[in-house]
Design a protein around this ligand. Sequence first.
Ligand SMILES: [Cu+2]
Length: 144
Amino acid sequence: MKNLIIGIVVVAVLALGTFLVIQSNNNNGDKTSTENQSSSTSSDSNSTESVSELTIIYSDSGFSPQSAIVKSGGTITWVNESSDELQVGVNPHPSHSGDKEITDGQFVLSIASGEKTSVRVEKKGTYNYHNHLSSLDSGTVKVE
Ligand SMILES: [Cu+2]
């Protein structure tokens, strides 16, 4: 009897989950269908949607998304999924003389392999950055 109840609950949860996924896919499709068509080839590395919680993942193949937009007052979470230490620095390399809004005012934001760090951003602008230890890996964040 207990197993039957658990079985029914599991089926109900799965059905609800499937329903919610279909719902959210439909919503996204309606809102961004024209946008996705025009930039379908680069949609993996560029995000044109402004979000208040932006996650940028660094892996052995670089930053993703390479280009993204975060709202002023929001946060950027830098995730290091690469096998080495990540040191996020603003351009230009190696002086990092640009505005350090996205690196919490630091010369480099050091993140060990497997770790992550969140930075709150306020000041609007477009910030170009790179991995100080592998400066060909770069990206852009716009705060708006
Ligand atoms: Cu650098």
